[in-house]
Write a protein that binds this ligand. Sequence first.
Ligand code: SF4
Ligand code: SF4
Length: 440
Amino acid sequence: MSEQQFKMFCYQCVQTAKGQGCTVMGICGKNPTVARLQDFLIFGVKGVSAYLYHARELGYSDPEVNSILEEAVFTTLTNVNFNEKELFEYCLKIGEVNIKAMRLLKKAHIETYGEPEPTLVRTSAVKGRGIIVTGHSLKALDELLKQTEGTGIKVYTHSEMLPAHGYPKLRKYDHLAGNLGKAWYDQRQLFAKYPMTILATTNCALIPIEAYRNRMFTTGPVRLPGVKHISNYDYTEVIKKAEELPEVQEEEGKIVLWTGFSRSAILSQAKKIKELVNEGKIRRIFLIGGCDSPLREMEYFRELALKLPRDTIILTLACGKYRINDLDLGTVDGLPRLMDLGQCNDAIVAIDLLPELAKLLDLEVQELPLTMVLSWCEQKAVSILLSLLYLNVKNIYLAPRLPAWINEDILKTLKERYELKVVSNPESDLKEMLKSQQSS
Ligand code: SF4
Ligand code: SF4
């Protein structure tokens, strides 16, 4: 289907064109921008649902948030809402609700596992049998750590589970041995390499290859073809399988990663940050993070980080951090130039830090010497983008490319209202980013 014909896609009701799909204009009268805004809304709702799921895993929920999600989904039914302006506002409402959902989850994590502390994490295997945990569920990891205690089995995190090492009640386990691999898409290569059991806890789980399918398990919402699913956090079978597998040999650990720069950890440096900014030793703060993806354009993150002048610091989060977190960027008078705030749901840490940093520096939030360069891959990143738009954050650099559902009309709004930019190349973007400091 050519681009000209494919202005929208909707096949949710019986009227759908030719019994196949409305692709130019809805038979119901829905225009392409309405259709695409409905998609935007649904993708945002999907993202929020992931945060709510994890909060509920720990016994936390918010009926008010749930009711807004209900209303948002309802508005996308056939013949309900044809108003572009209102649908865009609904998208922003999802951004608002997402902030509440992320705060709820952060509260659940902190009250259950303590607030993360800066922690150095090993990135190589230690001698012995092991289990690798991928995904995002701290609850699943915690249950596995309890059940493997005293068995001699080592537990490793993969990808977005790295920030788990910063939580006091998780890092207390000696057998939480380290973090293996990088972002989610290295799973096939990584899991084939280590003869360990694998537990996939959430989204960003790849369909396994034969090499490790019989030693992989899913839990929570994940289901993978040919892979045994475990319910109720009872990991007896996962542990039994790990005990049957050969030992892994000790690896040389060259790289260690820092994680666990929570809100309190950053604010404990408030006096220093203020001094460094006032003395001109920090001229700009960069937030570089988001969802990583295997696209070549994502090399942008590393190239940009390497080009940043030494009087800048970087806050990072989500699995996009793996593009840069092995870099030794040094410190500014002892303050690390690269600080990992955590998982994608820890975007709330960054969001809640903005007014605190502004207050510290006697500025308005919009005046902060801050540049956000955010990547997106799946729908949690969509809900975070909507949260930032709801907060009226401007000048976000989006990587690696524009979402496919954004048409000319929606892009025009995003550019005019939020000055949203898509990354181009690190040299020219950096010039603009540093220039915007002078005009702010
Ligand atoms: S809701 Fe409208 S656009 Fe969607 S399939 Fe039905 S008629 Fe087509
Ligand atoms: S940050 Fe995004 S892409 Fe990365 S593992 Fe989490 S949800 Fe997946």
